[in-house]
Design a protein around this ligand. Structure first.
Ligand code: SAM
Length: 316
């Protein structure tokens, strides 16, 4: 058995990435894209978050997928190319293998070293499935390499990662996903739903402070990528639900007045001033279905849990 193939469309030491980080830090309010939360340590921390009692999305989505995988297969057919966007540990896709019997599994992620390990392990468990790992940043454009192969495609975008985009950018991304699916393509997507504020805020601010560590890890990334002298002790993790925007926001809040310095730039922060690090938009079932229609998907099926906390949509 040969191992999975890897294609890297993205390199971390890009001057463009440094420019993007600096631009965000200089903005008012300061912000950094959530994609920078994921280096290998960030990916491990995210996996730990998925085990927390407060973090309901992973186990709720998993249960929906387990319950309805065969209905998904009945609609899409078996033997497609399964393309996992933001694959992480690849475990959610792996749970679909029995029902979907993919011919090829393509795992795409920005956190390349973590993906490499996860996919190599998965290939050992499933030697009969051709596997391709793609290191890519799809935050502005979703492009799949020719190695993603021909054949009918099922794009898989779980974890409510769509919530990291503003609704306008989510619509753009969904259109790109529809195009990337090609003729006969389909999209299986997980979406977190609006619910009471306390449950939402607890999910992003757990008692063990794992999510705080995940957020604060961004400061290590600023140092590694930008040479910025940010100190972890100088910041607090803040997670709050913004009702008007229907989104959880994560911020890093300065504990004291300070100046962040990096080669070619600096940014002063007052005590209490924040760097906005992530949005996680929460949808209603009908609101997300309308977005899929707007993106050009003509047919949709949807499944949810008993509490109506999370939904999985199949769009084609
Ligand atoms: C919320 S986690 C979800 C992981 C896994 N799919 C799940 O559902 O548990 C988001 C995943 O997307 C990846 N990711 C985040 N931003 C990305 C980007 N701009 N391009 C590619 N992958 C990205 C992260 O590395 C991470 O693995």
């Amino acid at each position: 058995m040969s191992g999975p193939k890897f294609v890297q469309l993205y390199r971390e030491d890009d001057a463009a990435l440094r420019g993007e980080l600096a631009l965000g830090l200089l903005a008012r309010p300061a912000s950094v894209s959530p994609k920078f939360l994921y280096d290998a340590l960030g990916s491990h921390l995210f996996e730990a978050i998925t085990e927390l009692p407060e973090y309901y999305p992973t186990r709720t989505e998993r249960a929906i997928l387990d319950r309805h995988a065969r209905e998904v297969a009945a609609i899409t057919g078996r033997g497609r190319t399964l393309i996992d966007l933001g694959a992480g540990s690849c475990e959610k896709a792996a749970r679909l293998f029995d029902a979907l019997a993919p011919l090829r599994y393509v795992a795409v992620d920005i956190s390349i070293e973590y993906l490499r390990r996860a996919l190599t392990n998965l290939q050992h468990r499933h030697p009969g499935i051709e596997m391709v790992g793609v290191g890519a940043d799809f935050s502005s454009t979703l492009v799949l390499p020719p190695d993603a192969g021909r054949g009918e495609r099922l794009l898989f975008y779980p974890g409510s990662s769509i919530g990291n985009f503003t609704p306008t950018d989510a619509l753009r991304f969904l259109r790109q996903a529809r195009a990337a699916g090609g003729p006969g393509g389909a999209l299986l997507i997980g979406v977190d739903l609006v619910k009471d504020k306390a449950t939402l805020e607890r999910a992003y601010d757990d008692a063990l402070r794992v999510t705080a560590a995940f957020n604060l890890n961004l400061l290590r990334r600023l140092e590694a990528l930008l040479g910025c002298d940010a100190r972890i002790d100088d910041f607090d993790h803040v997670a709050l639900f913004n009702d008007a925007e229907s989104r959880i926001e994560m911020h890093l809040q300065a504990r004291r007045p300070l100046v962040l310095r990096w080669p070619g730039g600096e940014r002063a922060l007052a005590a209490g001033e924040r760097i906005h690090t992530e949005n996680s938009y929460k949808y209603t079932l009908d609101g997300f279905e309308a977005l899929l229609r707007q993106a050009g998907f003509a047919r949709t099926a949807r499944w949810s849990d008993e509490r109506g906390w999370f939904a999985v949509f199949l769009a084609s």
